[in-house]
Design a binder for this molecule. Structure first.
Ligand SMILES: Nc1ncnc2c1ncn2[C@@H]1O[C@H](COP(=O)(O)OP(=O)(O)O)[C@@H](O)[C@H]1O
Ligand SMILES: [Mg+2]
Length: 364
């Protein structure tokens, strides 16, 4: 989950090496690995292609999906592996492992959380530092300014920074067994950061991540909300899978910068959401271009436009570009988001344009 560096990076690809890697994958909801559950039936290797046959005893399609995604993710990060082919078989006669629900408790449609909100949107990316939180915050405020009732959940367990970006530091209060969200700039917000102890970092394991996100959805008084927006941690792992099983997401907004490294990762993110049947609302290019505050000249620092090209290749919509801009960064650092403080600025306009595209698809 933390992109473990393996000292077997240079070893020749072998069945053992693959099995070693697969052993690191825990069966969802359990501390034991998937091998010990007999999920991996066969591994064959041809050049740099790994074929894995997965045999499931669980009836739960989401658990099967989760395991397949985790297997693919682990194998694709092995240096020696170019292609991963998964074959799955189901053994329907046996009972599913019982505790498998702890990671994905809302498997049945009727148990999905926050279905009284109009839309549920994940703001995601492959990489950290591409401006996911910046986009989530400013987009949330832009939607609120267009008249939507917005709830923003900061689910970034590795770096929850929505409180800083919105200048919200007070401890949330409780009422009737629920935690009340804070309010800033017309939106309701809740962050996993409010509940973390800075001095004792938690090692997040899969089931814990899911549990934490579940609590932030179930135990918070999210009421009267049109857009429920979740600022996701980077990556394509546990948090994404948990969220997509806890609620029925209306879609995800994928944030990238124009560099290839960020795009490669965001493509993985898009594919992961598509695998769990989450629609891609569209891609956003952040830090797209730079306008000199002194002379007004525009510079494409990274290869501006790459995200739009990628979205075309993937067949998903492109929602718009955000400039690389000092005021956007300062707004984030000072808890004064640009869309709230300077709604008429061109920088804020770029966020409003994206909000309006979303509202076209998701009317109030
Ligand atoms: N368009 C932008 N212009 C200038 N700085 C930006 C922009 N977008 C994000 N940043 C800055 O980059 C850093 C990372 O952004 P952040 O939104 O926290 O990324 P992520 O949530 O993807 O990790 C922050 O300091 C933020 O203020
Ligand atoms: Mg962030």
């Amino acid at each position: 989950m933390f992109g473990k560096k393996n000292n077997s990076d240079n070893a020749v690809l072998s069945r053992e090496l693959v099995m070693d890697r697969l052993k690191t994958i825990k069966y969802p909801g359990f501390s034991r690995n998937i091998i010990s559950f007999g999920v991996v039936k066969n591994v064959t290797i041809q050049d740099s292609t790994v074929k894995v046959q997965l045999n499931f005893t669980t009836q739960n399609a989401e658990i099967r999906e989760q395991i397949a995604i985790l297997v693919r993710e682990q194998l694709e990060t092995m240096q020696q592996v170019k292609n991963v082919e998964l074959q799955t078989t189901a053994q329907t006669a046996q009972a599913p492992p019982q505790a498998s629900v702890s990671h994905a408790p809302a498997d049945r449609e009727s148990e999905k959380l926050l279905m009284d909100t109009k839309y549920r949107i994940a703001v995601a990316s492959g990489k950290g530092g591409v401006g996911k939180s910046t986009v989530a915050v400013n987009l949330a405020i832009a939607l609120a300014k267009r008249g939507a009732r917005v709830g923003l959940l900061d689910a970034d367990i590795y770096g929850p920074n929505i409180p800083i970006m919105l200048g919200a530091y007070e401890k949330p209060k409780g009422r009737d067994n629920k935690v009340l969200p804070l309010e800033r700039y017309g939106i309701k917000l809740m962050s996993i950061g409010f509940f973390l102890d800075e001095n004792s970092p938690i090692i997040w394991r899969g089931p814990l991540v899911g549990k934490a996100i579940e609590q932030l959805m179930r135990d918070v008084a999210w009421e009267d909300i049109d857009f429920f927006i979740v600022d996701m941690p980077p990556g394509t792992g546990d948090a994404q899978i948990s969220l997509s099983s806890l609620t029925k997401l209306s879609g995800s907004v994928m944030v990238s910068t124009p560099q290839n490294v960020a795009l490669t990762d965001v493509i993985k993110g898009v594919k992961m959401f598509q695998k769990v049947d989450v629609a891609i609302i569209g891609m956003v290019e952040n830090m797209s271009y730079f306008i000199c505050p002194h002379c007004g000249e525009r510079t494409d620092i990274f290869a501006h436009g790459n995200t739009e090209k990628t979205s075309r290749n993937l067949g998903v919509p492109f929602l718009g570009s955000i400039p690389l801009d000092t005021a956007i960064r300062e707004g984030g650092d000072e808890g004064k988001p640009i869309v709230a403080m300077r709604p008429d600025s061109p920088q804020a306009e770029s966020f409003f344009a994206i909000a309006d595209k979303i509202l076209e698809k998701m009317p109030l």
